[in-house]
Write a protein that binds this ligand. Structure first.
Ligand code: CTP
Ligand code: MG
Ligand code: K
Length: 165
């Protein structure tokens, strides 16, 4: 089981991975290629792009490398990269769910929008044997939620995002 400190260190790259695709500013090639699901609605929608996935992986990996170098812990590098990928996958899964609910790209889905990437990161870490203590995960959730809200409001003010969530 990861210690609370290790948990924070591997989750910081996931925050970077989740927060960086917005820097593309509505550009990019949709991962779903414009394809639709059997319900006739977009599979993921235009808000999930290959460029976003690449940028998120890159930024997450850079932060993981930085933190691993500072702590001299290879675990932080691999854990951070895994958490970053998990975060991006969780975000795509949430987009899939939002489209099934008939929600357009960018429409608010409270809680899901703020914690999709966090759940994805924790889940991928878990499957790799990097288990986060459930109590630590629950205690960190409000902080992750607030950080997501704050960064999205900032991205909206900077006109990187059309909506503040
Ligand atoms: N983004 C991207 N590729 C990704 C994830 C995000 O290009 N894999 C970009 C998109 O421009 C997206 C923005 O980052 O609009 C903000 O991400 P997010 O809030 O997760 O997407 P939403 O616009 O809310 O779209 P959705 O409703 O599908 O989640
Ligand atoms: Mg969103
Ligand atoms: K999201």
């Amino acid at each position: 089981m990861l210690t609370p400190t290790e948990t924070v260190l591997v989750l910081l790259p996931a925050l970077a991975a989740n927060g960086s695709p917005v820097l593309l500013g509505h550009r990019g090639t949709p991962i779903d290629g414009g394809r639709r699901f059997i319900d006739g609605r977009p599979l993921l929608g235009p808000g999930k792009t290959w460029e976003g996935l690449a940028l998120g992986t890159l930024y997450g990996s850079i932060v993981a490398l930085l933190l691993a170098s500072l702590t001299c812990r290879p675990l932080i590098l691999w854990g951070g990269i895994a958490a970053s990928l998990g975060a991006l996958i969780g975000d795509m899964l949430a987009a899939f769910i939002k489209r099934r609910l008939g929600l357009e790209r960018g429409a608010p889905a409270p809680v899901l929008d703020q914690l999709d990437f966090y759940s994805g990161a924790l889940l991928l870490l878990y499957t790799l044997g990097l288990v986060v203590d459930p109590l630590t995960a629950v205690l960190l959730a409000p902080a992750v939620f607030m950080l997501h809200r704050a960064t999205n409001i900032a991205a909206n003010k900077l006109r990187l995002k059309q909506v503040p969530w």
